[in-house]
Write a new protein. Structure first.
Length: 282
């Protein structure tokens, strides 16, 4: 279990889906494909995924499917974070996902083959066969590595995050695994008081080294990542719940209302009540 947010495990399935009534979180990398345009709220921001594109994000970020044609089935693939970070997926793409980006393949990417490429894994991963799962794992790792070479953060016109020219210098597999462990610990404990030393202990490294390693892999400091996660939780509570605005900061893990208000306003560009009015029910 991931706090009160379960992992879906290494799974793949297809189904018709409607708009989600609330946001949720889980400790997996989530890969989606739909023949319909999709719109998500991810960490409180709207992200649109055009029809026929493969997309991926880290499910620990509060997310909610807010627009989809009900008759268009979606294929979901989930990979637990620990398994994902053990794979040799291009490091820059891993960094982007751990940093909260939604990666989307370009329109002309044909490896997905209209989503049919994902279909065999639905059977393999539900079969109960260790051999079938091991074969699927090899194929999914290769698939995601190819995806990482071409995918871009949604809305970004910059260089691809996974290409050789944009590889994260020095972000080796061990560093990524340790950063992933720290990021998962933060996501599991964001609502509690946290110190860098506690986060570093999870990765079995000195706090000073943990700070540098996390920044190098994820692109944010441990403190900034924690604040980002708490703001995302506050956005989720404001949009999906009826908790009083005055209680949202404490429920999101902020140590004081003044710290919460300053962090939220800086991240969202508006006060709490305005954010709730703008997004609630949307």
């Amino acid at each position: 279990m991931f706090g009160d947010r379960a992992s879906f495990g290494f799974s793949c399935w297809s189904a018709s889906a409607g708009r989600m009534s609330t946001a949720h979180q889980h400790n997996d990398i989530e890969v989606n494909f739909s023949a319909s345009d999709l719109a998500y709220m991810v960490g409180g921001r709207r992200v649109e995924v055009p029809a026929g594109r493969v997309s991926a994000f880290w499910g620990a970020t509060p997310h909610q499917l807010v627009e989809v044609r009900a008759e268009a089935p979606i294929t979901w693939l989930t990979i637990p974070l620990a398994r994902f970070t053990s794979w040799r997926v291009p490091r820059a793409a891993v960094r982007a996902l751990l940093g909260g980006e939604v990666l989307v393949a370009p329109a002309d990417w044909t490896v997905a083959d209209g989503g049919r490429r994902l279909a065999p894994w639905t059977h393999d991963l539900a079969s109960g066969s260790e051999f079938a799962e091991s074969v699927a794992a090899l194929e999914v790792e290769a698939f995601l590595s190819r995806f990482a070479l071409v995918a871009q953060p949604q809305g970004s016109a910059g260089p691809t995050p996974g290409g050789a020219s944009s590889a994260v210098a020095g972000a080796d597999d061990d560093a990524v695994r340790r950063a992933g462990d720290m990021a998962a610990y933060i996501a599991d404990n964001f609502h509690r008081p946290l110190r860098v030393a506690q986060v570093a202990e999870v990765a079995h490294v000195h706090p000073h080294y943990a700070t540098a390693l996390f920044k190098r892999v994820v692109g944010l400091s441990i403190h900034a990542y924690l604040v980002q996660y708490r703001v995302g939780e506050a956005q989720r509570l404001l949009v999906t719940g009826d908790i009083p605005v005055s209680d949202v900061g404490r429920a999101s893990g902020f140590p004081s209302h003044s710290t919460f208000y300053a962090s939220f306003t800086a991240a969202c560009g508006m006060p709490l009540a305005s954010y709730r009015r703008m997004h609630a029910g949307g």
